[in-house]
Design a binder for this molecule. Structure first.
Ligand code: NAP
Ligand code: MN
Length: 269
């Protein structure tokens, strides 16, 4: 099997990467950073996001797994103490695959230029560098609201514990094929009105944002942010692609949620 290891780059992560690489090579696996079947990230959830985007063009053939060198991560859920166990599991067992939904974002320019398509593992955020964003929000081809405010966050179920949670969005189990729209400081008064609650859209509903005045936006896809000018529309929906995780043991989503946000005391309390 072909594998690759993406390290956060700090000394501890690099050391774990070196150990894992050496042992897996000794077990007869092949190191391949072009088209790996298994991509191991060593770092945090941020490192996992980076690894995901590095191999986003070959999601069908690449499975991901994360070792965390900081606190427990949502994507990086193996501890450095378990690395030996993980190496043996990778070398010996065919692994199970668990798939999570992704967000597709298509940014269409006013004219001329080609549209751009992105996949997000956590979320996309649409903001502006100055003042408020103003756009019409269409859901499934129909006008829903005119949004004015700091911006909108559109997240995947596995991204629902990231920025979305800080905005008051709900936590969605990743077995649910959906995207969630959360508002960032919407302006609500007698003139402007938005729904005010997070919206959860099923996989067959598309959300289209159409700029009203200013056509230039700061759009983030996970940890990257870029400025887009002359935007005609931003289309968001559940992607047809999915991210594949290599699973060697169960670690249910709600356990990760509890251990990250409520208590890491496994015995309750
Ligand atoms: P970062 O500033 O290091 O990320 C902020 C925190 O979010 C880190 O603790 C990161 O974990 C954690 N995180 C990332 N994905 C998560 C997920 N799916 N569920 C729960 N926590 C998650 O930046 P980064 O490492 O490049 O990650 C980018 C992501 O951070 C963005 O996609 C955004 O969702 C999130 N973020 C959240 C806030 C906020 O909650 N206010 C602010 C900025 C960014 P690690 O430390 O393990 O990397
Ligand atoms: Mn980080």
């Amino acid at each position: 099997m072909k594998f690759v290891i993406v390290s956060k780059g700090d000394e501890r992560s690099n050391k774990i990467k070196a150990t894992m690489k050496q042992y897996l090579l000794e077990f007869g696996l092949e190191y391949d950073d072009e088209k790996p079947e298994l991509c191991i990230s060593v770092g945090g959830d941020g490192t996992f996001l980076e690894a995901f985007h590095r191999y986003v063009h070959c999601l069908k053939s690449t499975a991901f797994i994360g070792v965390h060198t900081g606190h427990l991560g949502f994507y990086a859920d193996w501890t450095p103490n378990e690395v030996e166990k993980l190496i043996i599991e990778i070398a010996k067992t065919p692994f199970q695959i668990v798939e999570y939904p992704l967000l597709e974002v298509i940014i269409r320019p006013q004219s001329g230029e080609k549209e751009e398509r992105f996949l997000a593992l956590n979320e996309s955020m649409i903001k502006t560098s100055e003042g408020s964003v103003v756009f019409d929000v269409e859901i499934k081809g129909e006008h829903f609201e005119t949004f004015r405010g700091d911006g909108l966050c559109i997240s995947t179920p596995s991204g629902s514990t990231a920025y979305n949670k800080a905005l008051g969005g709900g936590i969605i189990h990743p077995s649910i094929e959906a995207i969630q729209l959360t508002e960032m400081a919407s302006i609500n008064n007698r003139v402007f009105r938005t729904i005010g609650s997070p919206l959860i859209l099923p996989s067959h509903h598309t959300c289209l944002l159409k700029p009203m005045v200013e056509k230039s936006f700061l759009i983030s896809i996970d940890h990257f942010t870029a400025n887009f000018n002359n935007v005609k529309s931003i289309q968001c929906r559940v992607a047809k692609e999915r991210v594949r995780f290599a699973r060697f043991r169960p670690f249910p989503f709600w356990h990760r949620v509890r251990e990250s946000f409520v208590s890491d005391d496994k015995h309750g309390g």
